[in-house]
Design a protein around this ligand. Structure first.
Ligand SMILES: Nc1ncnc2c1ncn2[C@@H]1O[C@H](COP(=O)(O)OP(=O)(O)OP(=O)(O)O)[C@@H](O)[C@H]1O
Ligand SMILES: [Mg+2]
Length: 328
């Protein structure tokens, strides 16, 4: 299968705020710390992890909305980290992002017509009003929103959360993008609306042949919609593989922790029955030594405190970064 995206050893550090006058050494938050993976054409690739583990920063690096400290991103074999501004702008027609918050991501002063049409204007694709309107109508139909004059004239605050997110998806699709990074696109929606928007996105994948990176902190959602899942912890991928295998045979203690935290949807579900006392993502600036998960790991041994485990393939396509990966 054709590789659409390849991320190679990507890193991004943010300078941490100095917390006291006595701390002279500059410290850095390792938001994304050596991430490598590939996404195949037509795939839904999930990125899962707790708040603050670097999911959004990784998405922004891939689209070059922020510059990496090191590492490379290849889109269809083209090294996009070396593109200039105008080349990058052209490429953005093919790579788009859907944001988490359907309330703040749509300009409240513009009507739906102008919001969905905006990328056409930014990229100078259509100038004539009637052509723009026709393209907006097509995009709205794709996301099951009405294409009537009255709907085009609506303002974002007249729409429900689900309708806003659909309008956001329409805007993403209007340029014909084929690769989409959806950053927690449904996490702020009510449960029933969430299912509708998720199935719409998956339907579009079949209908127009999209490739997705789907970011979520819910491993259960990733299981239902993703082909493969990468589990991130403090800026690193700790486990990667086929979604069914990751959920049924998790090898990393952190992946198991995420599984335990999932409330069961049905009594016969395989998820843990209760939300376990798993502690919060530790507040850190520089990551812990050795395996960065060791302070929270019940199985940690001496080696885990000093030596960082590499992400290695344990069986076809299933990767894990744990010193005790074979002793589960
Ligand atoms: N512009 C920035 N300046 C400084 N620190 C940042 C910046 N952006 C992100 N960070 C830090 O980098 C780390 C990763 O943040 P990021 O937003 O990528 O996490 P996330 O996994 O998307 O979290 P969430 O699930 O809450 O959206 C966090 O510690 C965050 O505070
Ligand atoms: Mg985020």
């Amino acid at each position: 299968m054709e590789t659409v995206l390849r991320v190679a050893d990507l890193r991004k550090l943010f300078p941490a705020k100095r917390s006291s006058l006595f701390k002279r050494k500059r410290q850095f938050i390792h938001a994304v710390d050596g991430v490598t993976f590939e996404v195949k054409k037509g795939e839904t690739f999930g990125i899962v992890g707790e708040s603050g583990c670097g999911k959004t920063t990784l998405a922004r690096l891939i689209l070059r909305l922020v510059e990496p400290a090191s590492g490379k991103v290849f889109f269809k074999d083209q090294d996009i980290t070396s593109l200039n501004r105008s080349e990058m702008k052209r490429l953005r027609r093919q790579m788009q992002m859907i944001f988490q918050d359907p309330y703040s991501s749509l300009d409240p002063r513009k009507n739906i017509l102008n919001i969905v049409a905006e990328p056409l204007r930014v990229h100078n694709i259509a100038k004539e009003g009637s052509i723009i309107k026709e393209k907006v109508r097509e995009a709205l139909e794709l996301v099951d929103l009405p294409a009537s004059e009255s709907f085009l004239a609506k303002m974002p605050d007249e729409l429900s959360g689900g309708e806003r997110q659909r309008a956001g998806v329409a805007r993403t699709l209007i340029l014909g993008a084929e690769f989409i990074i959806a950053d927690e696109p449904v996490s702020m929606l009510d449960a029933n609306v969430k299912a509708g928007v998720t199935s719409l996105m998956m339907g579009l994948k079949q209908k127009i042949g999209l490739t997705y990176i789907f970011i979520t902190h819910e491993i259960s959602l990733a299981y239902y919609i993703c082909d493969r899942i990468a589990v991130m912890y403090l800026g690193k991928i700790v486990e990667l593989g086929n979604a069914v295998e990751i959920v049924n045979l998790p090898l990393h203690p952190y992946t198991r922790l995420l599984m335990e935290a999932v409330p069961p949807l049905r009594p016969d579900d395989k998820w843990g029955a209760t939300i376990s006392e798993r502690g919060e993502l530790p507040l850190f600036i520089e990551p812990p030594s050795g395996c960065r998960f060791h302070p929270r790991c019940s199985r940690a041994q001496d080696i885990c405190k000093v030596e960082e485990p590499e992400l290695v393939e344990v069986r076809g396509g299933h990767y894990v970064a744990c010193h005790y990966k074979n002793s589960s």
